[in-house]
Design a protein around this ligand. Structure first.
Ligand code: ARG
Ligand code: GLU
Length: 719
């Protein structure tokens, strides 16, 4: 046994850093990876990619919305991202009459470009290592239990203090943020500029932008044209400003060149973007926890929720549009959780992480640093102690907070009650107007009460089956006491009685508002009870989570001391990163090999007019049959669609620019392969691939399919 471990250890320590693993911070490229990148074929210098002084490639890479990446591709502020990143915007502008999801959308003039409330594009102006500054500030804190070292509020306060109020006032749309990396062992400050007038310029129909939909999602070989186009608007001085007719297209510092010269298997490729979250520094116990609690609950609950949702969507075209975005979001994380568990088991991630832990314990012994072994025992203990609470939290989150939409009805009615109490007509009216706004935000155009009702019955029944009665929100006891345990009757009654149950109920309440109606409202009671349980759970978990975060900080500190920092990358945290590798296919299993490039032939092979996921638009078939590919086709006469590369990406990297050795755009990242979904925990070079829409397919669709060649004219195309 000893021997086996020793063998495992030496093998692990001797293993060279795998070339394609890692999400690297730009300021460290020069000391960490630039030489390896050049060996792989990169023709640029580090300062072409990132420079603190002058415009570089990084200035063309933006955060798109709240969770995607985009790239600027014209001097007039055009931004490319994925169709699934623009999906909310496209869906919001859609109705049964103007169905841009189904038909696509193309603005033929700037006046037709559609504004999007709430959508932003964020540039990263500056990145600084502020570790010394933050640590000096933290040292002033004498509370041994302080969690300031990870607190966004505390750290962002430090960021503001560092740049000063005046700087922020003088620079509209500018924000500063300090984020911990390596579990709070280092800190970086990001200065961001946020534009809030972002307009929809173009999107292909879903039959192209979402071709293959859920069946193909997280899968290679892939045939999706997953892109959409937006434009950034600014005020006359180029500063961020809220939407206004008078705003003008932004003249960006930098935009990307686009290459239609193509590439070969083995060519260098790199991606810049905003990967959201990885758990590379998990211990073996956290791997098991993720599998047995987080992923398992998610998979089970979403399966039930999606089944009920899809049934309604397929029945009614209006519901199909209303729930399209909700369904896609749910399904995406659901399938990811399945892939994650598959990898955890198949590739034995527990053993991989155990080997890392054991190496650190051995190193600690050698160097007389027992704190690392202690931190590991603490982690093991805490993961075990929080088991039951964590299960309850995941059940509450998935089944009730996400699963039941009416758990989010407006519950703040105290001011209205006070106004009614006093008989103050004017205040009552003002409060009722407020409540209407909140109600309309909940009961928006994408809310279908009958769908919520149906799903809620399924969610509540399953939640009650799996969670101890004593650990459920208190209000649930009425299901037994007043409804003989009949969940369905309970939910129907909620919809019948609540002021939020229907538009009519709400209007009836507004015309005769009473304190009793508010106090006895069953949906308000339901929502308050769920929230109370959420709060209690969070508080109970906090006990473990604080100690856990401190122990994890120590564990990662140990890894940083033991390993060569040139090869260490901090877990993703939605900050700007670079990953590099090669355009390359892979062998998913014995005897099978997947190439690195798909073509339109594959779209036609997958076509199935009886399955909504694989319908091919007529116009695309015409272009295919006529081989009318313009300058975008391959030498062999085929039309490229997607490619895959060994780059290390995760959620948030959607929409990220994929660049060749010259830093020219060759594609837009949009997904990862099934065999690589586990890469958030452990990157496997033989199995993991980024899935990328070929920029030539994007241009072909804009130019030939949509006839929007005026957009192509704005771009810088390298032939
Ligand atoms: N899996 C990709 C990502 O994580 C694409 C998601 C959009 N597509 C979908 N069918 N839901 O976001
Ligand atoms: N589709 C993901 C996104 O929206 C990227 C795929 C991945 O997780 O690698 O960011």
């Amino acid at each position: 046994m000893r021997k086996a471990i020793a063998l495992l250890l030496s093998a692990w320590i001797a293993l060279p850093m795998l070339a394609d693993e890692g999400m690297w911070l730009l300021p460290l490229l020069k000391e960490q990876k630039i030489d390896e990148m050049k060996e792989l074929g990169l023709k640029l210098q580090d300062y072409d990619i990132y420079s603190p002084e002058k415009a570089s490639l990084k200035d063309a890479v933006v955060i798109f919305g709240g969770g995607c990446t985009g790239e600027v591709v014209s001097p007039d502020g055009l931004v490319l991202t994925n169709h699934h990143c623009g999906y909310d915007a496209i869906q919001t502008h859609s109705s049964v009459e103007h169905d841009y999801l189904t038909d696509g959308f193309w603005a033929t003039t700037r006046e037709q470009e559609l504004p999007n409330e709430g959508l932003t594009v964020t540039f990263i102006d500056k990145i600084e290592d502020v570790t010394d500054y933050v640590k000096a500030e933290l040292a002033k804190d004498t509370d041994p239990n302080s969690m300031n070292f990870l607190s966004p509020k505390f750290l962002n306060g430090l960021a503001k203090a560092r740049v000063g109020e005046k700087f922020l006032q003088d620079n509209p749309g500018t924000e500063v943020e300090i984020v911990p990396i390596f579990d709070g062992n280092q800190y970086y400050m990001f200065t961001k500029k946020i534009y809030s007038d972002i307009r929809l310029v173009g999107a292909p129909p879903s039959a192209i932008g979402k071709f293959g939909a859920d069946t193909d999602n997280w899968m290679w070989p892939r045939h999706t044209g997953d892109f959409s186009i937006f434009r950034i608007y600014a005020d006359k001085n180029g500063n961020p400003a809220p939407y206004s007719k008078d705003n003008v297209p932004l003249r960006p510092k930098r935009w990307m060149k686009i290459s239609i010269k193509g590439f070969d298997e083995g060519d260098f490729a790199m991606i810049m973007g905003f990967p959201g979250r990885t758990n590379h520094y998990y211990t073996s116990w956290e791997v098991a926890e993720r599998r047995d609690i987080d992923n398992t609950v998610r998979i089970h609950i979403r399966e039930l929720r999606q089944e009920a949702m899809l049934e309604e969507m397929l029945k009614d075209p209006k519901v199909r549009i209303q729930y399209a975005s909700k369904y896609a979001g749910s399904e995406n994380a659901y399938k990811n959780a399945i892939g994650s568990n598959w990898a955890i088991n198949k590739r034995d991630f527990e053993a991989v992480k155990r080997a890392e832990q054991e190496a650190l314990v051995a190193w600690g012994k050698q160097h007389n640093q027992p704190q690392y072994e202690e931190a590991l025992s603490a982690l093991q203990q805490m993961v075990s102690d929080r088991k039951e609470l964590r299960f309850r939290k995941w059940m509450l989150d998935e089944a009730l907070l996400r699963g039941v939409e009416f758990s989010r009805v407006p519950t703040q009615v105290d001011s209205l009650k006070a106004a009614l109490q006093k008989g103050d007509k004017e205040k009552t009216k003002a409060q009722l107007d407020k409540l209407r706004t909140a109600f309309e935000r909940f009961f928006d155009k994408d809310y279908a009460p009958d769908v919520d009702r149906k799903i809620a019955k399924v969610m509540l029944a399953e939640y009650r089956r799996l969670v101890d009665a004593a650990s459920q929100p208190a209000y649930f006891s009425t299901i037994d006491s007043d409804y003989q345990g009949d969940v369905s009757a309970f939910v129907d009654e909620l919809f019948r009685k609540s002021i939020y149950g229907s538009q009519e109920n709400f209007e009836a309440f507004v015309s005769h508002p009473t304190i009793e109606a508010l106090e006895n409202d069953p949906m308000i009671q339901f929502a308050l009870s769920v929230k109370a349980e959420q709060k209690a759970l969070n508080k109970a978990l906090q006990q473990f989570d604080d100690g856990y975060s401190r122990a994890h900080h120590t564990y990662v500190e140990g890894l940083m001391k033991m390993n060569d920092m040139a090869d260490m990358w901090p877990d993703a945290n939605f900050t700007l990163r670079l990953t590099y590798g090669q355009v390359k296919g892979y062998s998913p299993r014995d005897c099978a090999y997947y190439g690195c490039q798909t073509t339109l032939d594959g779209v036609m092979e997958k076509e199935d007019s009886t399955n909504w996921e694989f319908v091919v638009p007529k116009r695309l078939k015409e272009l295919y049959n006529a081989k009318d590919f313009g300058p975008y086709g391959l030498e062999n006469g085929k039309m490229p669609v997607a490619l895959c590369a060994t780059t290390h990406t995760t959620g948030g990297n959607s929409g990220s620019p994929v660049m060749n050795a010259n830093g020219e755009l060759i594609g837009i990242n949009f997904d990862r392969n099934w065999e690589g979904v586990g890469g958030d925990i452990e990157y496997l070079p033989d199995y993991q691939r980024s899935i990328i829409v070929d920029i030539r397919y994007v241009l072909f669709l804009i130019d030939k399919y949509a006839g929007a060649d005026y957009l192509i004219k704005e771009m810088d195309i390298v032939k």
